[in-house]
Design a protein around this ligand. Structure first.
Ligand code: COA
Length: 382
C-alpha cells in the first residue's frame, strides 16, 4: 500500500438549511475543499450518503455530483453504510490511492434531512426491519436500551449522560460550522422533553442538513506538489448484527472494538498515544460506550471519565472538539467526513479557539445504526 494523506478540507455550516438543496450543499463544500487543497485535478469522487433516495427521491449521486462539480467523466461512486456512509467513503478514497489506482481523490459526504416528513422512519431503515422496526423501535429507543443497561451494570449516572451533551455544546460554541453554537446546562438536559427513557431531547444528535469534503492524495504526490499533508496511518472497518438482541451483550459495541483494534494494529499506536478523538455521539450514551470500546477508558468508566472532565478540551483525551454529532449536527452521510475535516484542522493547527495543544495523532470513529458498522481512521502530522 502507498502512503495516503489528506491535503485539504471544506465544509458548510450544518443546520436546517431550507434554502440549500443536496447538490448545492455538496458543491459548496467540495469547492471549498478543492480550493483549500489547491489542486487542479481530481481523479475520482467518493460520496457518502444514506437517504437521498428516501428523503429527496434522488439516487445516482456519484454521477450527479461529479456533473454538478464539472468533474465528469471521472469515476464517481456513492457509498452507503447508514450513519457510517461518510466513513466508508473516506476508506474507499484511502484504498483507491493506496492501491496506486488514483493520485488525487475527492471524498465527500452529504445529507438533506429536513425536506421530508418521514425522517424517523427513514433513519430507522438502518435498523433490523423484521426484528426491531416492525415492532416500533427507533434509534432513540435502541440507544435508550443501551443506556439503561449501562446505568444498571456500571452505575453510570443520568447526569453523566447530560455532561456529554453539555461538553459537546460547549465545544460547538467554538466551531463556526456547528449546527448549535450555544451552551446548555445539565439542568436543561434533564428538563428537556423525554424521547425514549432515559434519553431526552438534549441527549440526541439533531436532524441536520449538511455536506463536508476532504481531498486525498498519495503522500509522495503531496510532498512533490508542496501541499500540507496529514497522513492517514490507519483505516479499518468492522461489522456486527443489526439487531441488538442478537448480540451477546449490548453495552459493548463489537464493531467499534474490532475496528479500533485493527486500526491500532495498522497504525502501530495504542489508545494512550491518541491526542484527541472525534467519535460517533449520535446519542450521549454512544460517546460513553465508544470511549470505552476504543480503549480510552476501562469498560464501565466512560461516564466517570466525563464527570471528571477527562474528555474536555484540556482533558486527558479530548473527545469531540468539533462539538460532535450532538452540537455540530448529524447530517448522517456527511458526519464521517466532517470528522476528517476536524482532524485535518486540528492536526494542521487551524482549529482556532478549540485547538488542542500539540496535537499530533487524532482518531476518528464513525458508525452505522446501533453499531452494526464502524469505521476508524487514525491520522498523524507528517
Ligand atoms: N439537540 C438540541 N436542540 C434540538 C435538537 C437536538 N437534538 N433537536 C431539536 N432541537 C431544538 C430545535 O432547534 C428547536 O429549537 P427552537 O424551538 O429554539 O427552534 C426545538 O429543539 C424543537 O425542535 P423540533 O425540530 O421540533 O424537535 P423534534 O422534537 O422534532 O426533534 C428529536 C427532536 C430529538 C426527536 C430529533 O432531533 C431527533 O430525532 N434526533 C435523533 C436523530 C437520529 O436518530 N439520528 C440518527 C442517529 S443513529
Amino acid at each position: 500500500m502507498r502512503e495516503v494523506a489528506i491535503i485539504g478540507c471544506g465544509m458548510i455550516r450544518f443546520g436546517e438549511l431550507w434554502k440549500k438543496s443536496l447538490r448545492t450543499m455538496f458543491v459548496e463544500a467540495a469547492l471549498k475543499a478543492i480550493d483549500d487543497a489547491g489542486v487542479d485535478r481530481i481523479d475520482a469522487l467518493y460520496v457518502g450518503c444514506m437517504t437521498s433516495g428516501l428523503f429527496v427521491e434522488q439516487e445516482h449521486l456519484g454521477a450527479l455530483l461529479a456533473d454538478y462539480l464539472g468533474l465528469a467523466p471521472i469515476p464517481a461512486i456513492r457509498l452507503e453504510s447508514a450513519c457510517a456512509s461518510g466513513g466508508v467513503a473516506l476508506r474507499q478514497g484511502f484504498l483507491d490511492i493506496g492501491s496506486g489506482n488514483s493520485e488525487v481523490v475527492l471524498v465527500g459526504g452529504v445529507e438533506k434531512m429536513t425536506d421530508t416528513d418521514r425522517v424517523t422512519d427513514g433513519l430507522a431503515s438502518a435498523a433490523d426491519q423484521e426484528y426491531e422496526v416492525f415492532h416500533g423501535v427507533t434509534f432513540p429507543g435502541l440507544y435508550a436500551m443501551i443506556a439503561r443497561l449501562h446505568m444498571e451494570h456500571y452505575g453510570t449516572k443520568r447526569e453523566d449522560l447530560a455532561l456529554v451533551a453539555v461538553k459537546n455544546h460547549k465545544h460547538g460554541t467554538m466551531n463556526p460550522h456547528a449546527h448549535f453554537q450555544r451552551e446548555i446546562t445539565v439542568d436543561q438536559v434533564l428538563a428537556s422533553s423525554l424521547v425514549a427513557d432515559p434519553l431526552r431531547l438534549l441527549d440526541c444528535s439533531p436532524v441536520s442538513d449538511g455536506a463536508a469534503c476532504v481531498v486525498l492524495s498519495s503522500l509522495e504526490w503531496a510532498k512533490a506538489h508542496g501541499k500540507t499533508p496529514v497522513k492517514i496511518i490507519a483505516s479499518a472497518m468492522a461489522t456486527d448484527t443489526l439487531a441488538l438482541h442478537q448480540r451477546k451483550e449490548i453495552t459493548t459495541l463489537g464493531s467499534v472494538v474490532e475496528s479500533g483494534r485493527k486500526a491500532y494494529a495498522m497504525a502501530g499506536v495504542g489508545p494512550d498515544q491518541i491526542d484527541f478523538a472525534e467519535v460517533h455521539d449520535c446519542f450521549t450514551i454512544a460517546e460513553i460506550v465508544v470511549s470505552e470500546d476504543l480503549g480510552f477508558f476501562k469498560k464501565g468508566e466512560g461516564g466517570k471519565a466525563v464527570r471528571e472532565g477527562l474528555t474536555g478540551l484540556d482533558g486527558k483525551i479530548p473527545i469531540n472538539p468539533s462539538g460532535g454529532l450532538k452540537a455540530k449536527g448529524h447530517p448522517v452521510g456527511a458526519t464521517g467526513v466532517a470528522q476528517a475535516v476536524e482532524a485535518y484542522l486540528q492536526l494542521t493547527g487551524r482549529a482556532e479557539k478549540r485547538q488542542i495543544k500539540d496535537a499530533r495523532i487524532g482518531l476518528i470513529q464513525n458508525m452505522g445504526g446501533s453499531g452494526a458498522s464502524s469505521v476508524v481512521h487514525i491520522l498523524e502530522v507528517v
